[in-house]
Design a protein around this ligand. Structure first.
Ligand code: ASP
Length: 439
């Protein structure tokens, strides 16, 4: 049994948090590979070390004095080292960082130091081998992650290493130039390491007890999802549910390795298992509800549209020409509607309209803004009759006007368009009908 454990920023924000992480690792000797994030926030008003690094580097790059800011970053690490009673000095490391900042080593280099330094501390604290991610995680010159090359090198290296710490978030080109994943990318590193060692499980330790059925900013104390499939998770994260970086599922998915989201502050709780497939039915028919505001619907009408071959393609061409990604496309007999994100569309609105006219000669085009989409996701919907009926009667009871319905062919999700103003009430009424009434 081999476990890869990734600790998020809040789990390593202070010496106290490090001690909790250390106790978790020591509690199970199969937790052999550790992927740390940079120190995160110690409280609501605190700043993540990654943000401090970006900020400090911005000043260095502008040729201004940055030693005060770098000193503040060093203080964060020194207080962790002191709190852990370690005989470790980051003097040399900080000298190198200062020189590299002066030489404008790049924002990615700067940001990566957050994980790099935390990795050194974690390795010293646990007595594990430190492996610089720059030696084992590869990117090309455009910043694309090289999955196969990485897997080959990392697997070989870890085969020879019993217990190791590999900092999250970054890697390098073969020539050493550092690249990072997008923000929150240590989750991806954890997944890459899990794949390389054929881990039994990838434990992702954070500050919540797993994925929640819905957004806690909308629902008080939402229920925790015990088991979720990769596909359900993908649907929910796309629609805004946070916790795990979207790209973190791809490496482990290749190997069918489950991910377990756990809470460093409540390690006794089982958290959420993310799996490829399962015979466990979700507790509440639906697995989760997520949603996003600020979509725009472009309604295109044309008599006899249905029999005009190529009509949809012509309309969509207008969006493609303006590099606007399309979210949903419900259609009727003589109408089609294209849902796009408002921030993508706003500045190009009129150009897109004239392009649709040029390409497809519709009768009318109408635009409706201020729309929100709510995604109800669940593998259990396929085998349960009446799910859609319950959703829509809940919405009707809440006096919410449904503007669009889109059910994916996999029957894994139902997407509902409502006005922005109705968004929170829509989520609440669906949550209540499936979860509250069953508690
Ligand atoms: N430290 C990086 C960030 O704040 C990466 C991570 O924490 O996963 O985005």
């Amino acid at each position: 049994m081999v476990k890869v454990v990734k600790f998020g920023g809040s789990s390593l924000a202070s010496a106290e948090q490090f001690k909790k992480a250390g106790a978790i690792i020591r509690a199970d000797e199969s937790r052999r590979y550790v992927v740390p994030s940079a120190p995160g926030k110690r409280g609501a008003k605190d700043t993540k070390v990654t943000d401090m690094l970006y900020d400090c580097y911005g000043i260095a790059e502008a040729g201004k004095e940055f030693s005060g800011k770098l000193g503040k970053i060093r203080d964060r690490y020194d207080s962790i080292i002191k709190g852990l009673d370690l005989k470790l000095s980051l003097n040399e490391e900080f000298k190198t960082i200062e020189t590299n900042f002066k030489n404008r080593a790049g924002a990615a280099y700067a940001a990566s130091r957050g994980e790099y330094l935390n990795g050194i501390i974690m390795a010293a604290y646990m007595g594990f081998t430190f492996i610089d991610a720059a030696e084992v995680i590869f990117f090309d010159a455009e910043g694309n992650f090289l999955a196969d090359r990485t897997n080959e090198v990392l697997a070989q290296r870890l085969e020879k290493t019993d217990c190791a710490v590999i900092p999250g978030f970054y890697g390098a080109e073969e020539n050493g130039v550092i690249h990072t994943f997008s923000r929150g990318g240590s989750d991806i590193t954890g997944s890459i390491v899990a794949r390389a060692v054929h881990a039994t499980i990838y434990e992702n330790w954070t500050d919540v007890s797993g994925f929640l059925v819905s957004d806690p900013r909308i629902i008080d104390n939402p229920a925790v999802i015990h088991t979720i499939t990769y596909r359900e998770l993908r649907e929910l994260s796309y629609m805004g549910a946070g916790v795990l970086h979207e790209d973190a599922i791809f490496p482990v998915r290749k190997e069918g390795i489950p991910i377990n989201i756990r809470n460093t502050n409540a390690p006794q709780e089982p958290g959420t298992m993310i799996v490829e497939s399962t015979c466990h039915q979700p507790e509440y028919t639906i697995t989760g509800i997520a949603g996003l505001r600020d979509f725009v619907a472009v309604n295109v009408d044309k008599d006899m549209m249905n029999s005009e071959v190529g009509f949809c393609r012509k309309v969509l061409q207008a969006f493609e020409d303006h590099e606007i990604s399309i979210e949903h496309m419900p259609s009727g007999i003589d109408t089609m509607t294209v849902f796009v994100q408002r921030h993508d569309f706003e500045g190009k609105e009129q150009q897109v309209l004239s392009a649709i006219h040029r390409y497809a000669s519709p009768d009318t085009i109408e635009i409706e803004g201020d729309l929100a989409l709510v995604a109800v996701v669940g593998r259990g919907m396929k085998s349960t009759r009446g799910t859609a009926g319950r959703i829509f009667s809940a919405l009707a009871h809440a006096q919410i006007n449904v503007k669009m319905i889109d059910q994916g062919s996999s029957e894994l999700n139902i997407i509902i368009g409502v006005s922005n103003d109705d968004f929170e009430r829509a989520v609440r009424s669906i949550y209540d009908i499936f979860v509250e009434t069953q508690l």
